[in-house]
Design a protein around this ligand. Structure first.
Ligand SMILES: Nc1ncnc2c1ncn2[C@@H]1O[C@H](COP(=O)(O)OP(=O)(O)OP(=O)(O)O)[C@@H](O)[C@H]1O
Length: 612
């Protein structure tokens, strides 16, 4: 019996090695943006799209930083004026001015905030689009080596991290730097000696910060990585629910989940605990600077070297000076975490996409289905040979059965035909044309796959069948379903063609899913068909329907069947017998039996007696 799911080309193959030698894309991961300046530079490229708005934000940051400096300065002037016996500006005017300064400060802070949120949201919106597009341009092997959840985590968690940092931290960091520079300038102008005292604590602050961030940086990075892996694990266990339950593996799954969750807890705990020292350290050093300014300032004032107003301004500035330092220290953590996130996003963006079709590559309008392998060799890894010197020919409309022990190279041969990989040696032609000179999309549009693992998405039955050819009319969908023997079961369903299916196809039986998959492939109308015959059984009536549907599907198309059933194999125009990556025998069933070679052994040993 046959367990087969029909798949138009789009379905990915199972796990493959991303770095396979001689792969279709010849992929070698590009040098990754490991350094911060590189990562920040790339974030900047996104931000730079909104230069005008960004300039406005910067203007507001400058305004708010200047106004923040002006407030204390005005107070100092007023105090000195008061101590000197007045005579300066009237109090009402002073208070109005001070009020205007603080209102202006709030307004500019508010504006910079909302504009920056707008820029940040647009930046991550574009990043998400770029990452999503990149994911769909990556070659199949990329997905074989990564968990889906882990990839998704880059699209969600990591990008969210960048977003929240841009929303708040970026602006804060910039304004802190500006405030620092401004404060320093005014302080130097007022009293170089007191400025020096205030700054005595800075090297200590820097050293402390450096010590801490050197430890927290890798921890934040690890947390992001752990989070991604946990997502991957969750996705894997949710999609494998049936298997987990069937093998009573809930305990083990839970245990592994706990371990992974614990890894996140550990890295998060240490990252945050160590970062937590930053404000405390800043505070302590802050107070030290404060005491120095107050003490020495007091002595200077008594000696008449400076005015009381200058001390008041200085005390206020020294607080204002350390606040941005504190802010910088706090925002540093968020920044680290965002950089870790951005690095993971850019890492995927740097993955080499499926090799471009050559400039002269052609689009085939029609394909007869003549396939030829001429001395084709291929290896997933450097050194070995997964396939070696494969040569055969399939005439249009012929059915070719691929036979051989597990690991012989049957699936690999099909992958070369569909150009997931390029051979390391030899040529594959379709209708006499080297497939590397045909545009991939065009080549694949003339192929459909009948895999054991069907791809059904959340949508109606009609939509799922139409996936084979998106512009098919309702009538064409029904016609394909009739030919596939799927129509009658669909009509018996309550909503017929409008029945909603879940992504995993639950809600209909396995046999019915196969019939749907056959209908989908009939609709795709390919010239070359690949069927991967599975081994599990389905009830005899459905099995007959599937067989009949498949016969109609294969008619007039060149079909490659990875066959396990004698019935299928005997029908084949040509049987290719693979062993250890070599094509050791080829011919019809009778011819191969007459050769009394490996096939004949296989026939006597395992095939005979099946399906009869
Ligand atoms: N992505 C990969 N990276 C490295 N080696 C691989 C990869 N995929 C397959 N192989 C190896 O290549 C060889 C051929 O595998 P292939 O899947 O083509 O065999 P098969 O004949 O289709 O086997 P089966 O009947 O079990 O499906 C095997 O030794 C397998 O381990």
């Amino acid at each position: 019996m046959l367990k087969t799911f029909v798949e138009p080309f789009r379905h990915p193959y199972p796990k493959l090695d991303a770095n396979a030698a001689g792969s279709a894309a010849g992929r070698k991961p590009k040098a990754k943006a490991k350094n911060w300046s590189g990562t920040l530079g790339r974030i900047w490229q996104y931000l730079a799209r909104r230069k005008a708005k960004l300039a406005l934000v910067l203007l507001m940051v400058v305004a708010s930083s200047a106004l923040a400096l002006l407030g204390p300065y005005l107070i100092g002037v007023a105090v000195d004026d008061f101590l000197a016996g007045g005579g300066g500006a009237p109090w009402v005017l002073f208070l109005t001015g001070l009020g205007a300064v603080y209102i202006g400060f709030s307004l500019s802070s508010w504006l910079q905030n909302i504009w920056m949120i707008e820029i940040a949201q647009e930046t991550v919106y574009r990043m998400r689009i770029d990452l999503f597009r990149q994911l769909h341009r990556l070659p199949i092997p990329f997905f074989g080596t990564r968990q889906q959840g882990e990839i998704m985590s880059r699209l969600t968690n990591d990008i969210d991290n960048v977003s929240s940092t841009l929303n708040s931290s970026a602006i804060q960091i910039f304004s802190s730097v500006l405030t620092l520079i401004g404060t320093l300038a005014v302080m130097l102008y007022l009293s170089p000696l007191l400025t020096l005292l205030t700054f005595m604590v800075v090297p200590l602050m820097m050293l402390g910060m450096r010590w801490i961030t050197r430890r927290t940086g890798p921890l934040y990075k690890e947390r992001q990585k752990n989070l991604g892996e946990l997502n991957g694990y969750i996705e894997e266990t949710l999609s494998g629910q049936r298997i987990i339950k069937a093998f009573s593996q809930e305990e083990r799954v839970m245990r592994e989940f706990r371990e992974r969750n614990d890894a996140i807890r550990q890295s998060g705990f240490w990252a945050q605990t160590i970062s937590g020292f930053i404000p405390k350290l800043m505070n302590a050093l802050n107070n030290l600077g404060f005491a120095l300014v107050a003490g020495v300032g007091g002595i200077l004032a008594i000696r008449g070297a400076i005015t009381v107003g200058v001390i008041i301004v200085f005390v206020e500035y020294s607080r204002q000076f350390t606040r941005p330092l504190n802010d910088l220290a706090n925002q540093w953590n968020t920044l680290l975490s965002a950089i870790a996130g951005a690095e993971r996003v850019f890492e995927v963006m740097d993955e080499e996409v499926e090799e471009r079709d050559e400039g002269a590559a052609v689009t085939l309008q029609q394909v007869e289905g003549a396939v030829r392998f001429s001395d084709v060799s291929f290896s997933y890894e450097e050194g070995g040979d997964t396939l070696e010197g494969i040569s055969f020919e399939a005439k249009p409309g012929e059915m070719i059965a691929l036979v051989g022990p597990t690991g012989a190279g049957k699936t690999t041969l099909i992958q070369l035909l569909s150009r997931f990989y390029n051979p390391s040696k030899g040529v594959i032609t379709v209708d006499g044309r080297d497939i590397t000179s045909i545009r991939r999309e065009s080549l694949r549009s003339h192929m459909a796959f009948v895999l054991q693992d069907s791809f059904l998405f959340k949508g109606t039955i009609r939509e799922n069948i139409r996936f084979g050819r998106l512009d098919a009319t309702d009538e064409e969908v029904e016609e394909a379903s009739r030919l596939a023997n799927a129509h009658s079961f669909i009509m018996r369903l309550q909503d017929g063609y409008d029945k909603m299916l879940d992504a995993d196809g639950s809600g209909i039986s396995q046999g019915q899913r196969q019939l749907l998959a056959i209908a989908r492939a009939i609709l795709a109308n390919p010239s070359i068909l690949v069927l991967d015959e599975a081994t599990s059984s389905i009830d005899t009536v459905t099995e007959l329907k599937i067989q009949e549907g498949l016969q109609r599907l294969m008619k007039g198309r060149t079909s490659f069947v990875i066959a396990h059933r004698l019935n299928t194999i005997r029908q084949a125009d040509k049987i290719l017998v693979l062993k250890d990556g070599r094509l050791i025998e080829q011919g019809s069933h009778e011819e191969l039996l007459r050769q009394e070679g490996f096939y004949s052994e296989l026939y006597q040993g395992t095939l005979q007696g099946e399906d009869e």
